[in-house]
Design a protein around this ligand. Structure first.
Ligand SMILES: NC(=O)c1ccc[n+]([C@@H]2O[C@H](COP(=O)([O-])OP(=O)(O)OC[C@H]3O[C@@H](n4cnc5c(N)ncnc54)[C@H](O)[C@@H]3O)[C@@H](O)[C@H]2O)c1
Length: 346
């Protein structure tokens, strides 16, 4: 760490690391990419072109001994989040770990404990908190511009066959459809984003959840779609549909918040990229107007997230999104998944 820069390493150099995390670190004004590690030679080769000069190795111990390394972004399959977080914390480095935190709430708790015991910061990399239109929506909701919020709806879906290969990747081991490595299917992969985002935007925790899971299109051993319902502490209701079985050509990234004074509709904002639209519809007139965000803020949410986490470390203050709120989300996910089902009526 210098006075104004955090030195980052990335553990797991696949799709999200190569296309979003590495560019985010490189472009954040207070971050520098100093180390990479991945046992897969192809993954290392693909990321190397982007990050020339960054130390790359396959060995965790050597990676953790990179001179000046301050913080590690963990972007591996989900089942490795716990052991890698524990190893990184033991080495005295701060952790920003991809979602879902882990495949079980128990593992997630162990990760937070390991970081606390080692005196390092832990953050879950929910990039969508840093999407410029989501930040604007959070401000609007907090200011009361929507009135009393009664309901929030999310549709976040994609097409993920068993042999799915991420965009821009030549070949791929699709761990996402392996229950042991992923912890579930579309539900555990996509629902964490919506749950985290809505609890932040509404400014209150979700306190009740339920879900139905489906295996409708694909024959892999995890769910390819799910519907969640829930209730926030203040009484607003949640409905969310996540899916791996929704053709990518359809509208499939929508977040709506309904209030007594206005309804907010965010389209194509959920995901990894800036852009999309945010529309407010007036409850009395029905008129819709698009809410703009400053051009300078409409940048990669990964970049903004890296800059925010780096700044917390530089200022020695807690990252504003606490591990406890991430644990609550993890417990909601686990409870909903374990109790999935409805009342059968014959
Ligand atoms: N925030 C988002 O929008 C978003 C998007 C995609 C993925 N993700 C999350 O990011 C993580 C990675 O997903 P992905 O799509 O990039 O997967 P991926 O399969 O493309 O990449 C994972 C990489 O981890 C590597 N790896 C495996 N074991 C390792 C180890 N012991 N040490 C270091 N590297 C190891 C693999 O070789 C692979 O290159 C997952 O937790 C996923 O849920 C988040």
């Amino acid at each position: 760490m210098t006075a104004n820069t955090i030195n980052w390493g990335i553990l797991g150099c696949g799709w999200v690391a190569r296309d979003y995390v590495a560019p985010g670190i490189i472009h954040a004004p207070n971050a520098c990419l100093v180390a990479l590690s991945d046992p897969d030679a192809h993954a290392m080769q693909a990321i190397a072109a982007l990050t020339s000069g960054t130390t790359a190795n396959h060995d965790l111990d050597t990676f953790l001994q990179t001179p000046g390394l301050d913080a590690v972004y963990i972007a591996t399959p989900n089942h490795l989040h716990r052991p890698l977080t524990e190893a990184v914390a033991r080495a005295g480095k701060h952790v920003l770990c991809e979602k879902p935190m882990a495949t079980t709430a128990n593992d997630a708790e162990a990760m937070v404990r390991a970081c606390r015991d080692a005196g390092v910061q832990y953050g879950t990399a929910f990039d969508q908190r840093f999407q410029a239109r989501h930040r604007k929506l959070q401000e609007l909701a907090a200011s009361g511009a929507l009135g009393t919020i009664t309901a929030a709806r999310v549709h976040y879906a994609c097409w993920t066959p068993g042999d799915w290969v991420p965009p821009t990747q030549g070949s791929h081991d699709n761990w996402r459809v392996d229950p042991a490595r992923a912890g579930g299917g579309a539900f555990i992969d996509l629902a964490p984003h919506g749950l985290d985002l809505l609890q932040w935007i509404l400014g209150e925790p979700l306190i009740e959840v339920g879900c139905l899971l489906q295996r409708r299109v694909f024959d892999y051993p995890v769910d390819d779609g799910a519907v969640l319902m829930g209730r926030f502490e203040g009484g607003a209701l949640l409905t969310m549909n996540v899916a791996y079985n929704c053709p990518d050509a359809f509208p499939r990234r929508t977040l709506e918040i309904i209030g007594t004074d206005a309804m907010a509709v965010a389209r194509n904002t959920m995901g990894q990229t800036p852009g999309g639209t945010l529309t407010l519809i007036n409850a009395r007139t029905g008129e819709a107007h698009e809410v703009s965000v400053p051009k300078a803020e409409d940048v990669s949410p990964f970049q903004t997230q890296i800059a925010a986490f780096s700044q917390s470390l530089l200022d020695s203050v807690p990252f504003p999104f606490t591990p406890e709120r991430d644990l609550h989300t993890m417990r909601l996910l686990e409870a909903a998944q374990a109790n999935a089902g409805g009342v059968r009526v014959s």
